[in-house]
Design a protein around this ligand. Sequence first.
Ligand code: NOJ
Length: 585
Amino acid sequence: MKPEFARTGRIRDRVGRNARKTMGMRHTRRVTSTLGQDHLASTEAATDLWRTAVVYQIYPRSFADSNGDGIGDLPGITSRVPYLRSLAVDAVWLSPFYPSALADGGYDIDDHRQVDPRLGSLADFDAMVSSLHAANIKVIVDIVPNHTSNRHPWFIAALAAGRGTPERDRYLFRDGHGRGGELPPNDWESLFGGSAWAPAGDGQWYFHCFAAEQPDLNWENEEVREDFRRTVRFWADRGADGFRIDVAHGLRKDMSEPYQPGGEISDLMREDGSHPLWDRDDVHEIYADWRRIFNSYDPPRYAVAEAIVHPSRRARYASADSLGNAFNFDMLDADWRADDYRSVINSGIADMISNGSTTSWLLSCHDTPRVATRYGLPLEKDRLAQQVARAWLLNDGATPRLDPALGERRARAAIMILLALPGSTYIYQGDELGLHEVADLPREALEDPMASRSTKEKGRDGCRVPLPWSSDGPSYGFGAQAAHLPQPDWFSAYAVSVQEADPRSTLNLYRRALALRGGLFAGNDFGWVDSEPSVLHFACGDGVRCVTNFGADPASLPPGEVILGSAPLADGRLPSDTTVWLRTG
Ligand code: NOJ
């Protein structure tokens, strides 16, 4: 199996060139006419905000450390609410802050309804939510239903109880092969590398899609279902406005024999729901059940799926009777090319039309190399493979060199495209500072299990290095002591305090763009405007256009007033790697 994060495969132009030409100027009207007014009326009232929300992703351990232990925490987040308010984001999504041995950055959870004591307490969670709500910022928490940690009381009980017991039925235990069951049940591989089976010590093996410390749950088991109903209610009752569902495409599995051979299932994205592990049709029963819970709240709770599925099947996760929204990961694979962007935008808009929801755009998250670094590497056919190698190779001379300024310039242009599109946008912490991947973390400092299981891949720590808030101090204002992952010297120049003082900084560009966005874009307007192939040009609001020049030479602009630019114009023309929002009257 390839790592989930590889998201391999070419960007597919599902809409196709011919359809693209005929898509028309106003897709909102198309959505309305496709789905009918009743459908829109029933879903829109509750989800209006979420259809266009800008959500800021916080990786709690690396955001702000309030008690000087080198680990970010919930009071740290509370202390930075003024910063979040100054960004004018609508919501924050918190990656897991639950008790965990950190075998997978907190996605290995000991207790889904508690706060890791190193990050605070439930009272700290309540205080953080109150403070965010007072600033008019909604809160999304991460629900991780595919697995627990191996320290979870259920898993400890399952190991102790032995084969055939109700305790084991909550997980996926199977008999091993060989005389004493000393061989794994099959040749399936974990997404982090190595066998997907770990021995229970008594001839049985348990299944884990990710690290061995993350045993997969059995979603055929009613106790498992009931426990997660309790978990979503628990956080909703404590003020969570929404949920990000981890591995949403993975909960239902066909573990019956004969097993499909590992070689046959290495392509994760099937179009027909026949993969034994991923994107099975019956997974939506779980979300229909949760949707009833979400809709029992006023306002209904929001949810967004992390579903790594064939693009043709993504819309099902975003439908009103399932989770209601799904990340559009295609932008993570898109190269800095006008055609790649056109294709991804067309496919995202086609999804919106088909499910009556919106899509959620993103340029980075805690699993991907930072966008400024991706766009600072030369374009090459196999660049995706380089990305997955996570810039580990950037320093070895064999890999093309990074041009940091070019990457930042393109990343600034890119976020202005995303913010002008219909739909919701997720911003990963630190992208608003133009931060790069920290490519040269020493091997002994790495925390990600992807690194320890591979000699080639350095894993995901390079985008998880704690944020620089000030230009000096033991951890650049992150906390009173050194941070849990070492911060490089160059972080100083990217610090929040430095950027606040510079009107041309990336932070100030984000602030201006976010402040303007709500008033400029109605949220659903979109239409392509004819342009040269290397220029992306669309109408996105009342008399407002978004124009990006991906070409090497300056491009001409239609007459109009520049509202905001990712870089200054050159003699009235749009320079390379620049986006402007224009009012054309
Ligand atoms: C997806 C999360 O984004 C990633 O960080 C994690 O390793 C896996 N799911 C497993 O929970």
